[in-house]
Design a protein around this ligand. Structure first.
Ligand SMILES: [Mg+2]
Length: 277
C-alpha cells in the first residue's frame, strides 16, 4: 500500500504529461494523427525517390558550378540541414505511434538523438562524398537542443553516418534559435554557396518564418524559381515550420484542442459533396 501511495503522484504526472491519442468509440482503435505520414515515410518508395531526385538535382548544380569555376574564385560550398535532409529518424516516429503518441515528444526525441540510430537519407552519402572528392565544402547547420551535449551528439550522428566534413569547422548547432541566416551569411563571406539543402523553408531563408499559412505559401510562390537551383527541398510530413504555421508553435502539445486545430487545417479546402460549383 505504501508503494502504491508513492506511485500515485508518478502515475498522475505520466497521465498529465502527455494527453493520450483519441480512441475510436466504435472500434476501440487508437486514432493517431501521425499514422498516414509515418507509414509514408516508413514504406513509400516514392518518398525515398524524392531524396534521390533532390540529390541528383544538387549534384547537377555542383557539376555546373565546378565547370564554371575560374582560378581565383572563392571555394565552392554546399549548406545542408541535418534532420530529414541528410538523416532520417523513421524509427523514432514509429516509436511514438507504438506508444500511442500523436505529436512530437521532446523528451523521447532527446533519447533518440543520444541513441545515435538515425540513418542517412537515400543518396545523401553519395552526394556528400562527391562534394568532398571535388573540394566542395559541406557546411551542416542544425537546430537542436539536448543541453550541453548538443554539439557532440550532433557531431557523433554525422560521423556515424560516414559524412565528410564532420568536424568543428563545418558543423553549426543552433540551440537557442532556428534562425540560420547569420551562419549562412558567414559562410557566404568566404565561399560561393552553390546550393542549400533542407526539409524546411526556414533552412533556406528566414523570410518563411511565419505563422500564417497563406503568407507562407505566398512567400514560397514568390521564390518558386529558386527551387531546384539555389534550394533543394526534401519532403517532411511529420514536423517542421509548416506545423508552426498551423499551431503557432513548432512542437504543439498533445491536447484535444490541438487535435481539433489539426483537423480544422485538414478541412481548410474540403469539398462539401455537392455536384455543382
Ligand atoms: Mg530538418
Amino acid at each position: 500500500m505504501r508503494i502504491l501511495i508513492r506511485l500515485i503522484p508518478l502515475l498522475f504526472f505520466c497521465w498529465t504529461a502527455q494527453s493520450p491519442a483519441q480512441i475510436d468509440s466504435g472500434t476501440g482503435d487508437v486514432i493517431n494523427n501521425l499514422t498516414y505520414a509515418v507509414a509514408w515515410k516508413q514504406t513509400a518508395a516514392e518518398y525515398r525517390a524524392l531524396y534521390h531526385q533532390g540529390f541528383n538535382i544538387a549534384r547537377m548544380q555542383v557539376e555546373a558550378a565546378l565547370a564554371r569555376r575560374a582560378s581565383g574564385d572563392p571555394p565552392l560550398a554546399v549548406i545542408a540541414d541535418v534532420d530529414d535532409t541528410l538523416l532520417l529518424s523513421h524509427a523514432y516516429w514509429g516509436y511514438l505511434i507504438s506508444r500511442n503518441l500523436d505529436f512530437f515528444d521532446d523528451r523521447s526525441w532527446d533519447d533518440w538523438v543520444r541513441a545515435n540510430r538515425a540513418e542517412p537519407s537515400p543518396g545523401a552519402l553519395a552526394f556528400l562524398r562527391y562534394c568532398y572528392d571535388n573540394n566542395v565544402e559541406v557546411f551542416y547547420i542544425t537546430s537542436r537542443d539536448q543541453g550541453e551535449e548538443t554539439f557532440s551528439l550532433a557531431l557523433d550522428n554525422l560521423v556515424t553516418a560516414g559524412f565528410p566534413f564532420a568536424d568543428q569547422e563545418h558543423l553549426t548547432v543552433l540551440r537557442e534559435s532556428s534562425n540560420k541566416a547569420v551562419v549562412q551569411e558567414r559562410i557566404r563571406d568566404t565561399h560561393r554557396v552553390v546550393v542549400m539543402l533542407g526539409d524546411n523553408l526556414n533552412d533556406f531563408s528566414r523570410r518563411y518564418y511565419l505563422t500564417d499559412v497563406e503568407e507562407r505559401i505566398a512567400g514560397m510562390e514568390a521564390d518558386s524559381q529558386h527551387f531546384g537551383s539555389q534550394f533543394v527541398l526534401f519532403p517532411n510530413p511529420t514536423d517542421g515550420h509548416w506545423i508552426r504555421a498551423i499551431f503557432g508553435e513548432s512542437e504543439p502539445a498533445a491536447s484535444a484542442e490541438n487535435r481539433a486545430r489539426l483537423k480544422a487545417a485538414a478541412l481548410r479546402n474540403s469539398w462539401d459533396g455537392s455536384a455543382s460549383n
